[in-house]
Design a protein around this ligand. Sequence first.
Ligand code: HEC
Length: 183
Amino acid sequence: MQSAVAKLLIMSAFITTASLAQTSASTPSKFNTLATIRDVMDSVVDPNADALWDSVRTEINASGAHIYQPQSDADWLALRYNAVALLEGGNALLMPGRRVAPQGAGTDPEIPYAYPPQQIEAMLEAERPVFNGFVAAFQSVAMDMLRAIDSRNVAKLDEFGEVLDQACEACHSHFWYPPIPGN
Ligand code: HEC
């Protein structure tokens, strides 16, 4: 006799197969992908990463060196929200059917050497698993940061901030612009 767990597993395998069949057909995505990858970068990924990067820093001015780090419960809670938002921003990037930028939009004028969005879309079409691999690496750092925050470990929060920067750069130097020489 099958255990309840085995029955559940079999049931979920059926459900997974059914939903895979549905998404591989030409049915529209069940996710709302109105926002572009550019939007997700500007509204979710970038501001939350900035808040995490800024949380541990040293500023030097006329009155000397000032060390900033999270102190209060509220500081740590705010950082927790930032790390969760990064993690979920990663999920947003994994959703199929999301455009890179609005129809007809060009490259960011500040980054003239970037690939045009149409070219990035063609790359995504051809190399989706590579892109998803960069997302997984990025989410893994977001989880490391979340753990550092939950254990209130300032040194680890700082250390993983560097790793986060590398995770952004790894994807960008493949899918956004050619690798910067010397980097
Ligand atoms: C899995 C890939 C991937 C990861 C990881 C990623 N990005 Fe991006 N990012 C992109 C792509 C693709 C673009 C280019 C979109 C475009 O043409 O505007 C982009 C563009 C951007 C832009 C420019 C948006 C604009 O308005 O032109 C910013 C800012 C940005 N990313 C910040 C970040 C930061 C910060 C991180 C890490 C915390 C990060 N990204 C991680 C893929 C990624």
